[in-house]
Design a protein around this ligand. Sequence first.
Ligand SMILES: *Cc1c(COP(=O)(O)O)cnc(C)c1O
Length: 503
Amino acid sequence: MNAENFAAGERRVSPAYVRQGSEARRAHEHLIRLLLEQGKCPEDGWDESTVELFLHELAIMDSNNFLGNCGVGEREGRVASALVARRHYRFIHGIGRSGDISAVQPKAAGSSLLNKITNSLVLDIIKLAGVHSVANCFVVPMATGMSLTLCFLTLRHKRPKAKYIIWPRIDQKSCFKSMITAGFEPVVIENILEGDELRTDLKAVEAKVQELGPEHILCVHSTTSCFAPRVPDRLEELAVICANYDIPHVVNNAYGVQSSKCMHLIQQGSRVGRIDAFVQSVDKNFMVPVGGAIIAGFNDAFIQEISKMYPGRASASPSLDVLITLLSLGSNGYKTLLKERKEMFSYLSTQLKKLAEAYNERLLQTPHNPISLAMTLKTLDEHHDKAVTQLGSMLFTRQVSGARAVPLGSVQTMSGHTFQGFMSHVDNYPCAYLNAAAAIGMKSQDVDLFIKRLGKCLNALRKGQSKVSGVSGIDSCDKAEDIDEMALKLDSVLCDMDQHTSS
Ligand SMILES: *Cc1c(COP(=O)(O)O)cnc(C)c1O
């Protein structure tokens, strides 16, 4: 309601009351004005009513919601289902224009504003999370792998002779496919084992650069967030190599925004060397549905170039979800989530260490990995060939998701490249292990339930093994008693599970 409407209302309801109502509305509008003026994430999260007021105001600026609109084009924002319209807050036109995902769409001033504001808030959050000197970023409605592809395709025009992408190995199919899909040949750099950790082989990277010739290399494609025992790449050193040889550097920061360590690596890399773009998933970092990523970088012009590579218009959904989330959380809410995640990581690491030791296993020492942990499955592997994969499926049927049992010696071929020891980021890791991660939004109940169910599964497996190999399944009970009474009780649930796993 505007001033005229309030005045009209005063003829029907006492002016004093209307004035109070209009003051109340002004408080919401004040927040919206600050947002539009500053383009920063509000410190305190907004009330749902402010968020919805803002979204409705934006949506009625789009032509599909004009009362007198008469569309005679092929794309007029018509939607058959009212449910679908509501699901999108009546933003139907998407974002971007045919040649640029960041361009303003004349038919949709509201959606365009939504897009600009979202990108501005996300930039603010990336700074807050540790990459202070980021210059520009945008939300793209494709997940991380495809967004990396878009970065590679943009670089292609700048480096017509380039065929190769130098890639310190990370066993995640989408990373590999992002390069194949863009039409480049990944040059896999094997990781080095240092203690328990798998780390970047810098000498091998530099040797490859010299062997292939810098002009034949599209870029170095490095990774921060990854499953332990791999740890984030040596980003600073890689960035220096890239600067020295004038090779672009694209960083896969898939779930790294939630970790100050990953963000710090990116900040430092760009300070001492060269990072052209870093890419992160919106679902993994901002707790929204899968479907979007953020492409960010230190050179405004290059990031704009990437956004101009996107052909056609794009879905506004990932941007809308991120906008609603950041407005609802506020920067303080997001900071709290980051802090809680860190605490959850220490908690998970303590609990997993205790459990591992009770089963004559150990937590792998991977201090450079701030999110993912791994515990050995040596005893399991030694006594029974398929026990490790079996543990994986047992956890899955026990509704533990995201834990990853990594056996030795699995082989995977992708687009003609064969990876030995696939999943473990190296040909021959010394032992089988289990991964678990403390990602944003995890609660202590998740840790507790996981530890409890994992204990039960390990017990069940040992009981099964003792039948086969004569190893006592209960010999570690004494040590473990103090951890989690439930995990170690061979109760009726275990018997059910035994039946389940032996079938
Ligand atoms: C999740 C993830 C990807 C792929 O992400 P999509 O969003 O599914 O494309 C790539 N690399 C790493 C390290 C990841 O964690």
